[in-house]
Structures are given as structure tokens and as C-alpha cells.
Design a protein around this ligand. Structure first.
Ligand SMILES: C[S@@+](CC[C@H](N)C(=O)[O-])C[C@H]1O[C@@H](n2cnc3c(N)ncnc32)[C@H](O)[C@@H]1O
Length: 548
């Protein structure tokens, strides 16, 4: 393989046109995207960053994308309610992001885009432009000039053309134009614009970012720096791009290999829930010989006898999309349904009311999301430094419901007396990213969230002895989930809202799921009053070093 690639570098431009072999290409799926790490081998020096700069760059990229996604969800919901929106939602959301002080317009970047990592996933092309990954909303080859020569800086391999990514990291990329990109009879591709730029990238050995698209879906995953090595043939341009070594394994290949394999490596338990969840939740350990301590798996919180479930007043809606003006539950939510029709939560709130057993609406009502339980293929896995953790085998889109944090409900005194405090979740100590929601507020009319406090403080869920997958989710100082208080089957908001975890951003497969435990450093003491210290190993670039 290596020899063949090196050989193709010797070819001249005139060798590059090849006849498309339709018969072998037909029906072939464009590879599901994946990403590789981005290489520093960049000719233009302008974007070189110091290691410390990446910390800010990563936070900035995530914040911009979270803001985009949250704004998009809100606008989509507004549109679903029949309120006209001037312009297309995805463009309006991008406009809003561009007004945010964190946003800076980026020029052409060759190679690594600060803050973007191999494996990041995007659902809209415009998100790529926002972070500077690929500036064209439609074209597949983004170009720039380096030393006066036009070169390709990023390409999208997305199903319009018969591109192929092999597991060895070789991508055959089809040039643009001609009939290759359409079903119509057309002309040959020409060696101009993007095609010429790609040829120049090969000759100047300029790295090209590859963004893989998913056929039939709008999801796009970022491809890492690939070195264009050379095309062959006639009629269309074919470029052989070879992944630059040293980048992380492509998620696409890892997930494919897992799904294909008959025996899952490191499988300890096929389903910890023993059938009580809709989909099995397996336990994987590829790190050491440790096995999971026994756990009584419960999908609902266990309430003590002193806790009487207060009934709620239900709504009288009879279909699955309630009228936010008339629906009693929507009114409790400030006159809106907190979810859009993709079942994504629109924004974090102090408390969300879902429809419940006292409502007349069907189970398919859009205001019933977290009460339906886990729908994402979660798995518990052994991490390197933080014990067991949780991840998903599939992609998760921003706003998706993940799972509840179940366990035994305790009052403050009972919680204080528990010997094992590792699995205590204090109701009312949820963490919200105020800045994010404030950012959205500036562009669309949304309620500001506030940290829950005061009355909801003195009750705790203990997941030590009996709980669900939620009790394995670790803390991160830069989390991808947040804990939302939800009421649906009772009205006891003072003591016992359900703790429901939702995604705050798009999360690629196999990435660890985390939320912020929201401890104040120095606030946890032992029975003798001595401060307890727990070091944080979340690995986030902005890790504060301690859980408490
Ligand atoms: C709710 S449990 C999470 C699941 C746990 N890792 C396990 O193996 O069962 C919370 C405990 O996990 C560990 N943990 C979670 N996040 C951590 C982090 N970022 N750094 C260090 N330890 C962490 C701590 O021991 C913490 O008390």
C-alpha cells in the first residue's frame, strides 16, 4: 500500500483523469464520517498557537456550537408553533451566534483549526463555517492561497460523490464539477478552482482537512489532516488522500468494528439492567480485571414512606402537540413546551413540567420526553482514572435526553449519616451554564435559567446500593451533559423533582458522558469537621483540579 501511494506521487497531472467505473461504484455508501487529529505540518505560520492557547480555543469552539445548537432548537420550536420566522432557521441561528462577543470571524486556516478536535460532530454545514473548519455552505472544496498558490484547505466527503475511506486511512476523493456530482449527463471535470487547488495541495504537500458526511443524514464529522498524494485516470479527477499518521483512531471505524464483532472485547455484563431498560446497557472493561460491584438496578427513584407523592393538576389536551396557550402543563412551563418536536430540550430551566398521569394527552405527547426512559445505546465502561464511566455507542445530538439519576430518596440528616458519599446527588445543586443561556436570551426571547437553590436543597438521592446507569456518570469541569429538574408523575417540586440528564452539545460515539457535580471546593468536611479533598481527573483543559 505504501509503495503504491508513493508511486502515485510521481504521476503528472495529465494522468489524473480516469474513466468512472460506475459498475463498481454503484450502491456504495459514502463512509460514515470520522475524524483524525489535526497535524501541525502547516506551511502558513499565521495560525500556529502555543499549547496554552488551545485551552481557550477549545472552550470557545464548544461555547459557540452550544450557542448555535440551543438557538437553533429555540427557533425551530418557535416555527413549529406556527410563528413565522424571517429567513431560514439555520441561517438565523448563525446570525445570532455571530453577534455573540465570543465569536470572531476567522480567515482561511491551513491545517489544524484551533479548538476543533478529531471526532467532533456537526449536524449543520453552517456550524463548520462558524468554527472556521470549512467556510463554504455548499461547495465541497474550500480553498485559499499559500504563497500566492491556490491550495485546498478542507474537503467534504459527503455522499454526493463516490468517495471512499478505507480503514487504512486512505480516501479516494472525487473532484468537483462535471457529471460526477449529479445524475445528469454533463461535461468532464475541469482542472480549475477546487480541483486545481487540490492538485496544488498535493504538489506542495499541504495538509487538507477532511470532513466526512453521512449519507441520508445531515450529520458531519470532522476529518483530520490528510495529505493529498495523487489522483489517477480520466473523465473525473480522483485524488488519493492519505491520513497523516499519529492521529486518533477514527470513531467510525471503532464503532463499525464493535458492531461487527461477534464477541465484544472486555464485555463483563451484557445488560446491567437485566431487561428493565428498553435497550440493554452493557458493562465493558478493556483496562483491567476489575468487575462491577453488585447493584440493584432500579429505573425509578425509591421513595420513603414519609414522602407522599403530591398529585398534579393535569392538562386537558387530547393530541400530542399541545397548544402552549391552553395546555395547563405548558402554562406551568411559562407558556411553552420545553421540548421541540425532535424531543430535544430547548433550554435549561430551574424546573421543567412534563405531562403526566393526570393529563389527558397520549403518551406520544411532545411534552413527555424524559419519563420514557433511556433510548440511547448507553454502556458502562472502565475509565483510566475515574473508575467506571458512561458513554454511548451512537451519536447524541445536543438537547437529547440521556437518563435519570435514580436511587433512594433521603432527607438531609439521612444523607449526612451515609458512610458512602460517592453516589449522593443533592437535589438543588444542579449546575447550569448561565452564560450560555444568557447568550441565547440576547438573541431570542427565552427565560433565563437560575441555579436551583434554597428550598430544594435538603434532599438527596443516594445511588450507592440501588440505582441505574446514571450513577456511573462521572464529573467533568467541562461537561457535555447537565442535570435538569423535571416533574411529571407528582407535584412535589420542593423535595423530589426527578434529576434528568440532557446533552448540552453534540456528542460523538464512544465519548465519555459527564456532568458538573457542582461541589464548591472546600465545602465538604468529614465527621470531625476536617476539609475533605477529592482531586479531579476529568482531563478537561480548564479542569479546576478538585471535585471538592
Ligand atoms: C457518582 S460516582 C461516578 C461513578 C464512579 N466513577 C464509579 O466507578 O462508580 C462518583 C465518584 O466517581 C469518582 N469520580 C467521578 N468523577 C471524577 C473526576 N472527574 N475525578 C476523579 N474522580 C471522579 C469519584 O470517586 C466520585 O466520588
Amino acid at each position: 500500500m505504501k509503495n503504491r501511494l508513493e508511486g502515485s506521487l510521481q504521476r503528472s497531472v495529465s494522468d489524473w483523469k480516469i474513466k468512472r467505473k460506475r459498475s463498481t461504484r454503484e450502491g456504495k455508501q459514502v463512509p460514515r464520517a470520522v475524524v483524525d487529529d489535526i497535524t501541525p505540518s502547516v506551511p502558513s505560520g499565521s495560525h500556529h498557537k502555543q499549547p496554552g492557547d488551545h485551552i481557550d480555543a477549545r472552550s470557545k469552539v464548544r461555547k459557540l456550537l452550544q450557542l448555535y445548537q440551543a438557538t437553533y432548537r429555540k427557533l425551530k420550536q418557535v416555527k413549529e408553533q406556527g410563528i413565522p420566522i424571517v429567513g431560514r432557521i439555520y441561517l438565523e441561528a448563525a446570525k445570532a451566534v455571530k453577534k455573540d462577543p465570543v465569536y470572531t470571524k476567522l480567515g482561511a486556516i491551513v491545517g489544524n483549526v484551533p479548538g476543533v478536535e478529531v471526532g467532533d460532530e456537526f449536524y449543520y454545514r453552517i456550524e463548520l463555517a462558524i468554527v472556521g473548519l470549512h467556510r463554504l455552505y455548499q461547495g465541497g472544496i474550500d480553498t485559499s492561497k499559500v504563497n500566492g498558490v491556490p491550495v485546498a484547505i478542507s474537503v467534504i466527503a459527503s455522499g454526493g460523490y463516490p468517495d471512499e475511506l478505507s480503514s487504512s486511512g486512505e480516501l479516494i476523493y472525487t473532484g468537483s464539477g462535471g457529471k460526477a456530482g449529479s445524475n445528469k449527463d454533463g461535461s468532464d471535470q475541469k482542472l480549475e478552482r477546487g480541483n486545481l487547488a487540490l492538485k496544488n495541495s498535493i504538489e506542495t504537500k499541504t495538509p487538507v482537512r477532511v470532513i466526512h458526511g453521512f449519507e441520508g443524514e445531515s450529520r458531519i464529522e470532522v476529518g483530520g489532516g490528510m495529505l493529498a498524494r495523487g489522483p489517477k485516470g480520466e473523465m473525473v479527477f480522483k485524488y488519493k488522500l492519505q491520513r497523516i499518521a499519529g492521529q486518533p483512531e477514527l470513531t467510525l471505524h471503532a464503532v463499525k468494528a464493535i458492531r461487527k464483532s461477534k464477541i465484544r472485547e472486555g464485555l463483563c455484563l451484557p445488560d446491567i439492567s437485566q431487561g428493565s431498560e428498553r435497550i440493554p446497557i452493557c458493562v465493558i472493561n478493556t483496562i483491567d480485571d476489575m468487575r462491577l460491584a453488585p447493584l440493584k438496578y432500579i429505573t425509578e427513584v425509591t421513595y420513603p414512606t414519609w414522602c407522599e407523592k403530591e398529585p398534579q393538576k393535569g392538562c386537558n389536551c387530547t393530541n400530542h402537540f399541545s397548544d402552549p396557550i391552553r395546555c395547563a402543563c405548558a402554562r406551568k412551563n411559562g407558556g411553552e413546551i420545553p421540548f421541540n418536536r425532535d424531543n430535544a430540550i430547548v433550554k435549561a430551566k430551574r424546573l421543567v413540567y412534563e405531562c403526566g398521569p393526570w393529563c389527558r394527552c397520549p403518551s406520544t405527547c411532545y411534552n413527555r420526553v424524559s419519563q420514557h426512559g433511556v433510548k440511547i445505546p448507553l454502556e458502562i465502561f472502565k475509565t483510566g482514572k475515574t473508575g467506571w464511566g458512561v458513554r454511548s455507542l451512537g451519536s447524541i445530538s445536543s438537547g437529547s435526553f440521556i437518563c435519570e439519576y435514580t436511587g433512594e430518596l433521603l432527607n438531609g440528616e439521612e444523607a449526612e449519616n451515609r458512610q458512602n458519599d460517592e453516589y449522593l446527588f443533592d437535589i438543588g445543586r444542579n449546575y447550569y451554564d448561565e452564560e450560555l443561556w444568557e447568550g441565547i436570551k440576547s438573541v431570542v426571547d427565552v427565560q433565563s435559567s437560575t441555579s436551583s437553590s434554597g428550598t430544594m436543597k435538603c434532599f438527596t438521592i443516594d445511588g450507592a446500593e440501588c440505582s441505574n446507569v446514571g450513577r456511573f456518570i462521572n464529573h467533568s469541569c467541562s461537561p457535555n451533559l447537565y442535570a435538569q429538574n423535571v416533574l411529571w408523575d407528582h407535584g412535589d417540586m420542593r423535595r423530589t423533582p426527578h434529576i434528568m440528564l440532557f446533552a448540552v452539545e453534540n456528542i460523538p460515539p464512544l465519548q465519555e458522558l459527564t456532568y458538573h457535580y457542582n461541589y464548591k471546593v472546600g465545602s465538604v468536611h468529614d465527621e470531625n469537621g476536617n476539609e475533605k479533598v477529592k482531586h479531579c481527573y476529568c482531563g478537561a483543559s480548564d479542569c479546576r483540579g478538585r471535585l471538592y
